[in-house]
Design a protein around this ligand. Sequence first.
Ligand code: SIN
Length: 276
Amino acid sequence: MKVELLSGACGAEITGIDLRDISNDNIKIIKDLLFEHKVIFFRNQGITHQEQIDLSKCFGPIEKHAYVKGLPAYPEILRIVKEPFEKNNWGENWHSDVSYNPEPTLAVILKSVEIPPIGGDTMFANMELAWETLDEKIKNKVRDKKALHSSLGVAFFIDNYKGMEARDTNLGEYSNEHPIVRTHPETGKKILYVNWTYTKSIIGMDKKESDDLLTKIFKHQERLELTCRFKWTKNAVAIWDNRSVIHYAIADYFPNRGLEHRRIMDRIAVRGEKPF
Ligand code: SIN
């Protein structure tokens, strides 16, 4: 096995591991790598839909997205589609997946199916490092506080991404409160748990103070020093610990720049625990 770090902050590309091998020993190696690097990448993994599902189940029960339909034959798999004519990319701002849920996603297993020849990389930022390096005065203000995370509603997911279909649901926008600094259940590490896309306010603070603090925190957590960037190739798999990183799918599909290509990713999310 070979482990190549993507940056000094997080992310490692692993070679010499077959993701079809879901023996206890192999899964233990993969989980240890995940907890150490927060996001791990594997290229040339020709895994089938069923093999991706079997691998994901080794991390916990599979989570269905509240608003978006899975593949007809494999509802566990949410197919992320950016059509050639679209300029939007699902997940195109910093976020932690479904942080608005009561028990947000534990991990995501994302496989590239079709990728543009250029553009469409994904960035990740290490939120343990973000907490460690956050200004002490801000830390003291938020350490025991909760924040409100809101889902934005079905229209956000469907209107922006034409290649994807809504689940048949009347579920509107909903919110949940989570600690601003959460504890990783496996490693005990402290994690900064807010994100620009879904975190709306700090509970128990007036609007101005909450907005000012969140603006400073978002700016800090998005510092490039905390990030790594992955350039996709076909049949690559990323596994990220959704508690420990935020991520950003870069929508660099500008008009008249020859980027009118399709990007397709198969995403499986593993259900997480209530943040504490
Ligand atoms: C996501 O934000 O969940 C997807 C990331 C990607 O497509 O690169």
